[in-house]
Design a protein around this ligand. Sequence first.
Ligand code: F6P
Ligand code: MG
Length: 481
Amino acid sequence: NNPPWPAFRGYHTYSFANATMGHRLPTILGKAIDDVIATLNDQSEEDKIIDLVQCIERMEYLKGELERSAKLRPVVDDGEADVALWNKEIAKYFLGKDFMNATWLFAEAYKYRRLRECFSVSKYWRNYDVFFRQKCDTFSRSTDAVFELSMRFVEPFKHAPNLTDNEQLEKERLMFMELTQICLWGNSTDLSLLINMTEEQIKSLQSTGGEALAETEKNILGNHMHRLWEIVKDLREKKGQPNAVFDDEEIAVSGAVNAKDHMKAPGGRVDFILDNAGFELYCDCVYADFLIQSGFASQVRFHGKRYPWFVSDVTKKDWEWLLNIMVYGQLFSKVSEEEKESLKRLGRRWKQYEKEGKWVYEQHPFWCTGYTYWDLHSEAPDLFLHLSRSDLVIFKGDLNHRKLTYDCAAPASTTFEDSIGPMASAAGAPRVCSMRTIKSDVVVGLGENGDEIAEKLNKDEEGWKISGKYAVVLVSEGRPG
Ligand code: F6P
Ligand code: MG
C-alpha cells in the first residue's frame, strides 16, 4: 500500500530533508536545551533540580545521536498511549536504519518522540513542554493581526437589511473566501508572512473589496477553494436534519452539556486536524466561528497533539492557554480598551461553544506517530472510522500535507486523490481538504500543467518550496462507505 514514488530521505544531499536532519533539528534541540536550562535556574527544590538535570542529559545525548546520525532504537515504554504504534513501525521498517537513511518524515517525527521520552521517564517533569515559551511568545508578538481580527469578528456575522437571498449568499461567499485565506496563510513560515499580510492586506481588504485577496490567491498554486464553498453551502442545506455524525459515543466523548440540542442545528460536522499553536490556531478558530455562526457547521472538532510536536504544534495546554489568555490575560499592553474587550468577548464566545459541545477538542495518539496517513485506516481504524463520520476534514499545514501525501517525490501534476492513496480511495474515506503553505519538497495537485509550473518556479525562484510564499488548498471527495 505504498505510492510508486520514492520517499524523501535525509541523505539526499542538497535537499531540505538533508538540511533539516543535519542542521535544523540539532539547532532546534539546542534551543530546547537552553529553554530547560532557563527553567532549571528558576528551581529551588533539590529533587526537582536533579530530575531536570537528568532530562537535560538525555536531551544532550539525543542531540549527539542526531549529529552522528546514530541508529534508531525502539522507544522506551514510558506509559504513553503510542508506544506500541511506534515500536511496531520501527520493528517493521526501521531496524538498523539511522537518522539519515530512514525516511525523512519518520526520522523527523522520531526525534520529537525521543524528545518526549527525555521528559516522560522523569519523576517531576513528565509534561514539560520545551517549546511552550516560544509558542506563547509568537502569539504575543502578533498584536496587530490579533486585534485586526478580533475587532472585525467580535460581532457575530449578520446581514445588512434589505438584501435579497442571492445578495446575502454572495456576501457569505466573499466572507468565506476571505476567511479561508486567513486560515490558510495563518500557516505561513514562522507566521511572518501572515503578520506582514495582515497589517497591510486585511486593512486594504476592507477598503478595496478584495484586490489584495486576489493578489494572494495567485500564490495558491493548486486551488480548490471554489469547490470548498460549494461543499459548505450544501452542508447548511441539511438544516433541521438530525446530524448523522452525532452518535452517543461522540456525545460521551465531547462531554457536551446539551449536545443533543445541536443534533437539530443546521450544518454539518467539520474536523480540523490542527497544526500550529498561537496565531495559526487563533485564525483557525476565527474560521471555525464563522462556520458555526453562518450555519455551515453545527459542530467543529479540533484535533491536537498529546505532547510537544514539531516545535509549534497545538497541544491541549496550548488550546487552553489561548482561550484563557484571550478572556483573562494581560498579554497586550499597548492596545485600547475597546480592542481588549473585543478579544475577551471573542474568547468567551469560543468557550461557550466548547461548553455547548459545538466545539470539541480531542487528541488521538496516532497524530504523534511516524506513520503517514496512507496507514491511518490500517493503523488507527478507530480514528479512521471517527473521521469517516465527518462531513469535511481540514488538514492544516505542511506536516499534515507531507503525511497525507507520503512525503515522496510525486510529480506536481499528480492529482491530490492519487497522492493521498487510501485517504481518498479506502471505503469510508472522508472528504478531505489540505490547507497548506508550501514549506517542504512535496508539491502535488497543481493540475495538468503542474509539472511545467513547478519546473518554471525551480528555475526562477530558488527556495520557492520552503518559503511559505506559495500554498495549496486541495479537496478530495472521499468515498462514503
Ligand atoms: O522540518 C520541516 C517541517 O517538517 C516542514 O514540514 C515544515 O517546514 C515545518 O517542519 C513544519 O511546518 P508546519 O508547522 O506547517 O507543519
Ligand atoms: Mg507545525
